[in-house]
Design a protein around this ligand. Structure first.
Ligand code: KIV
Ligand code: NA
Length: 278
């Protein structure tokens, strides 16, 4: 199977073929997502929350993103990979921004980068796109600005906010993004945006009118010890509980000497190397 590209991704909107996206942060998660048939993988800076244990995405560095993106690329060799530019890595000089984008693509092996923001970052987006880099936009709730927004709340609830979001989406489309993530936006506003622009919208907590959906890997699978229910998430497994139970059983079996058993040990006459696998 060949990786998608931005031409095919844009065509999926025309074909009314919903675009499926999940985040991934390492080799096994990326490989499993690819095997499950996902269209696109996002190496999100949400890794700050779900993998690194921070309480926001603000502390995530470019080095963190490069490191995790590389691992994802090794796991999902046939999947289109978008990697987040983290906090404050695309607001300085264009030189510095280009250097950071280059690292995500050349060292992180990303096929595209994602940037949070609307009309105010459109000139930067335009320059990056002109340099040949596919850019995914991201408006609505933009977690890198959480300290300014003052919390994680639904966007587009009043007329003025709704109009601004639609204008931001159009500005990003003109700047050349290939698609736009809409995060925590009312269903009415995200449907309006999806109708008014020709590139795909990919929603998270943005309702049924989007051209695709994205969710965080750890949310989809309840891969955490302290899952907090979120209305916009549907969980499809409970990996956290399975992991805790599995490790607890291992601990118990070592304590009671049930593990290792006879099948797990090497006897001198069998030859160690031949017996390693299987
Ligand atoms: O970092 C992330 O996981 C994201 C998605 C929520 C869109 O940006
Ligand atoms: Na993100």
């Amino acid at each position: 199977k060949q990786a998608l590209n931005i031409v095919k991704i844009k065509k999926m909107k025309q074909d009314a073929n919903p675009i499926t996206v999940i985040t991934a942060y390492d080799y096994p998660s990326a490989k499993l997502a690819e095997e499950a048939g996902i269209d696109m993988i996002l190496v999100g800076d949400s890794l700050g929350n779900v993998v690194l244990g921070y309480d926001s995405t603000v502390p995530v560095t470019l080095d963190d993103m490069v490191y995790h993106s590389r691992a994802v690329a090794r796991g999902a060799e046939h999947t289109f990979i978008v990697t987040d530019l983290p906090f404050m890595t695309y607001h300085g000089s264009l030189d510095e921004t280009f250097r950071n984008v280059r690292r995500l693509m050349q060292e992180g092996h990303a096929h595209a980068v994602k940037m949070e923001g609307g009309a105010e970052i459109a000139p930067t987006v335009h320059s990056i796109v002109q340099a040949g880099v596919p850019v995914l936009g991201h408006i609505g709730l933009t977690p890198q600005s959480v300290n300014q927004i003052g919390g994680y709340r639904i966007q587009g609830k009043d007329e003025k906010d709704a109009r601004r979001l639609i204008e931001d989406a159009k500005a990003l489309e003109r700047a050349g993004v290939f698609a736009i993530v809409l995060e925590l936006v009312t269903e009415e506003v995200s449907a309006a945006i999806s109708a008014e622009i020709s590139i795909p919208t990919i929603g998270i907590g943005a309702g049924r009118g989007c051209d695709g959906q994205v969710l965080v890997f750890h949310d989809v699978l309840k891969y955490t010890s302290d899952y907090r229910e979120k209305r916009f998430v549907k969980t499809y497994a409970n990996i956290g509980e399975q992991i805790r139970n599995g490790i607890s059983e291992y601990v118990n079996e070592v304590k009671t000497r049930a593990f290792p058993a006879e099948v797990h040990v090497f006897a001198a006459e069998e030859g160690v190397i031949d017996q390693l696998y299987g």
